[in-house]
Design a protein around this ligand. Structure first.
Ligand SMILES: Nc1ncnc2c1ncn2[C@@H]1O[C@H](COP(=O)(O)OP(=O)(O)O)[C@@H](O)[C@H]1O
Ligand SMILES: [Mg+2]
Length: 552
């Protein structure tokens, strides 16, 4: 049989295996086109045949028939092979379509990864023995193993896949929460998760797949310097492939596959299919990740909105309350102011009467009671006016400890009359900016309350500390403490538990501290005592905004 016809004219390949009519279009000497049968017809008058037939001592036609007899078997098997290839391609594409449809139906990352690995190991799909999936961790700049399908679960999976293909079970029915759970806790997944490769410093085939954005087929892993020894130790496969998972030119992970048990070689065709598959998988993963990110972001946003709404409501309530208090304070101030003059007159006349009466006259006692009561009402009026006054702080550099001592000096008399022990725990705090007059009122009000509750004895502790940008002053007493039920009310104006109290001391103190940009905190335990903490900004210089506000 003729082994080939030489076509050694320029531009023609030297054909040694097949006659010209078996070759591709345009290769025939005469340039005839079409399939081989038409070529045969065309070839009948072909000079090449004629020449060859003559050479063999036969006619073109007889030579032709002889050729056909020799090649028909070959043609049939070629057609069968082409058909099989085509069928495989159709199968592969329909599996890809199935997988793609499934992936579109979920937004769960675990489910997507599971579908991908199922596609890689499914008997009728890619059919690899093992498949491992790694994702790029942007935060830690590393490639981290996520999920693996391996020998144990792989065998089971293969069995299921075979049954599935026989019984025509759809891929979608295989994706159950139980199956995903099994794969997630499988030995192969545990092994995969042991592999983490820093993307910056680490070299080796896995990170190279990410960095080069290209697939690698390793045919002799044990003698290939690109393969890290730890990968060999863990996976033991001499032939494997790695493919990047790409999403819009960005590598989001890689797939590793091998045939450790069947020892089937990974072919160039396999690599093509893998690359096609990885493109699909990469897009699905990226989409799911973006979806999860958006969902997470939305959840955060919703929580933030709820928090802001609550805060707004609380602030609105507080504002309404404050407005009410201010109106009340202003009204009280108006009344107080009106009362002041007649009061001064009453006090003055009572004093006059008191002076004029002899010591024995019992009216003298009544006059002194009128004077005392007038003094008390006067104090109340002073408090109300203080409360209603809005004064902005006059910021100056002052020493907080000196101020505390000045206040203590004011209470010298009452301290002498009561068995109160005073302790000082002062930190070293250099002078800072505050309004000395206003702050004196704050500490007078708080310390006077403490002395009130220590009339039967106890300890008063004055403590200061510096924490970052804040100064904390504790006024601690070992008095009876404050019942939790009223703790929220003590800063309200006119709230008092004392017979002779005005209930304005703490609300005045609170307002002053607030305008200084600070806060008053209270801790109290019934039967043990209370700690009032004044928290003030440690202003070592005036910020531009304060200086500007104050017109400095
Ligand atoms: N150190 C303290 N120990 C216990 N209760 C306190 C203390 N300081 C304040 N209180 C409570 O807070 C209330 C309000 O205080 P304040 O505004 O100074 O008004 P007043 O002293 O006129 O009652 C007091 O009546 C008291 O019930
Ligand atoms: Mg008070």
């Amino acid at each position: 049989m003729l082994k080939g016809i030489s076509m050694d004219k320029p531009g023609h390949k030297l054909l040694t295996n097949l006659p010209c009519w078996m070759q591709e279009i345009g290769r025939c000497e005469k340039g005839y086109e079409g399939r081989f049968l038409t070529k045969i017809e065309h070839c009948l008058p072909c000079d090449v045949f004629a020449r060859e037939a003559a050479h063999q001592g036969t006619t073109s036609q007889a030579f032709m028939i002889e050729q056909l007899i020799g090649y028909d078997q070959f043609i049939i098997s070629e057609m069968q092979r082409a058909n099989l290839n085509l069928k495989q391609k159709v199968d592969e594409l329909s599996v890809l379509l199935d997988i793609s449809t499934l992936m579109q139906g979920t937004t769960d990352l675990d489910e997507i990864l599971y579908i991908i690995l199922s596609g890689l190991t499914a008997g009728f799909a890619m059919g690899f023995n093992r498949a491992l999936l790694f994702l790029v961790d942007e935060t830690h700049k590393e490639l981290a193993g996520k999920l693996g399908v391996g020998p144990v679960s792989g065998e089971e999976a293969n069995l299921i896949w075979t049954t599935m293909s026989q019984q025509n079970i759809s891929l979608s029915r295989m994706i159950t929460p139980e199956a995903i759970h099994t794969i997630k806790s499988s030995k192969m997944t545990q092994l995969t998760q042991q592999i983490r490769k820093p993307l910056i410093s680490e070299t080796g085939i896995l990170t190279q797949t990410v960095i080069d954005k290209k697939a690698y087929l390793i045919t002799d892993a044990f003698h290939d310097s690109r393969v890290n020894p730890d990968i060999l130790n863990l996976l033991h496969s001499s032939m494997f492939a790695t493919v990047p998972l790409l999403a819009k030119d960005k590598v989001i992970g890689i797939i590793y596959v091998d045939n450790l048990y069947s020892h089937d070689a990974i072919t160039e065709e396999d690599m093509e299919s893998l690359t096609r598959f990885a493109t699909l998988a990469g897009l699905a993963i990226a989409e799911t990740m973006a979806y999860e990110q958006i969902e997470h972001f939305n959840e955060q946003l919703e929580a933030e909105i709820a928090r802001a709404k609550n805060e707004l409501q609380a602030k609105e309530r507080e504002l309404a309350h404050k407005e009410k208090l201010i109106a009340l304070g202003q009204m009280a101030a108006g009344v107080a102011h009106e009362l002041r003059n007649p009061m001064t007159a009453v006090r003055g006349f009572a004093q006059r009467i008191y002076r004029r009466l002899p010591e024995t006259d019992r009216n003298k006692v009544y006059a002194s009671i009128i004077m005392e009561e007038m003094d008390r009402i006067n104090q109340l009026i002073k408090d109300v006016l203080d409360y209603a006054r809005k004064g902005e702080p006059l910021y100056e550099l002052n020493n907080i400890h000196e101020l505390l001592e000045d206040v203590m000096f004011l209470f010298k008399d009452s301290l002498q009359h009561h068995p109160i022990q005073i302790k000082r725990e002062y930190a070293s705090i250099s002078p800072f900016y505050f309004d000395i007059g206003q702050m004196q009122q704050v500490f007078t009000n708080i310390i006077s309350n403490a002395i009130d509750v220590l009339r039967d004895g106890g300890t008063l502790i004055l403590r200061s500390r510096l924490e970052g940008e804040w100064v904390y002053i504790d006024i601690e007493d070992t008095g009876p403490g404050i019942w939790p039920e009223i703790l929220n009310d003590i800063f309200n104006p006119f709230f008092t538990t004392k017979g002779a109290g005005t209930g304005l001391g703490l609300s005045i103190a609170d307002r002053i501290v607030e305008t200084h940009g600070g806060d008053i905190l209270v801790k109290s335990k019934v039967g043990h005592g209370s700690i009032f903490t004044v928290k003030l900004p440690y202003r070592l210089k005036l910020t531009d905004s304060i200086a500007m506000d104050l017109g400095y």
